[in-house]
Write a protein that binds this ligand. Sequence first.
Ligand SMILES: Nc1ncnc2c1ncn2[C@@H]1O[C@H](COP(=O)(O)OP(=O)(O)OP(=O)(O)O)[C@@H](O)[C@H]1O
Length: 231
Amino acid sequence: MISLSNITLTFPDGDSRVTAIDNASLEVTRGTVTGITGPSGSGKSSLLAVAATLIAPDSGLVSIDGVDVTGMTKVETARLRRETVGVVFQQPNLLPSLTATEQLTVMNELGQRKSRRRHLVVQARAAELLDAVGLSGQRDKRPHQLSGGQRQRINIARALMNDPSVLIVDEPTSALDQERGSAIIDLVLQLTAERETATMLVTHDRSHLPRMHDVLTMTDGRLLRSLSFSQ
Ligand SMILES: Nc1ncnc2c1ncn2[C@@H]1O[C@H](COP(=O)(O)OP(=O)(O)OP(=O)(O)O)[C@@H](O)[C@H]1O
């Protein structure tokens, strides 16, 4: 579970500061998806960055699985992030020279002491995840050999490599047509249920919102529940 309480985040803006998040609170339980929508510049990406522990808020509390992130050192936060948070950015940012499997394994193989056992575990995990996102036949393909939807599936599989309890997804459908976008949302919903992640998903496309467990709208940094969508 992830819980954000009374989060405020500002950025420098000339001589003053702009408020990107204004006293926002939310809680996402495992196995559910909270959709976040709102106009451009309303603070959605900032909220995801705070939830992913990539940015520390000016004030407020972030807690992941009951562990208070506020007050942790940068090293402690980075470790918690690595072990408990998966992030799907809007652009897949895949490395052009790597195969689908390697996109998933590269971070887990880098910097680790070489061990055959560990290598096999990482390879098996990547294979299982590529299968789960419907790409078992594309394991050896490089990004230019894949469609936009397939690249986004790799992006999602990669975020799940470390078996995170929190999944942060930023605009996963923005580069896709309606049908492929809808299939990606279905996949996120399915993986959230199967892997019991607490998922926060930002989308501009309101047609996806009725399928989410909870829907919040951001306006000028403030977060409000959208009762018309919430189940
Ligand atoms: N690194 C930064 N430095 C300064 N201001 C920033 C920074 N990041 C975001 N902002 C400002 O914070 C506010 C919220 O931006 P944010 O990117 O979170 O909005 P958003 O809802 O995700 O927008 P979009 O839908 O266009 O991606 C905006 O006024 C933006 O200009």
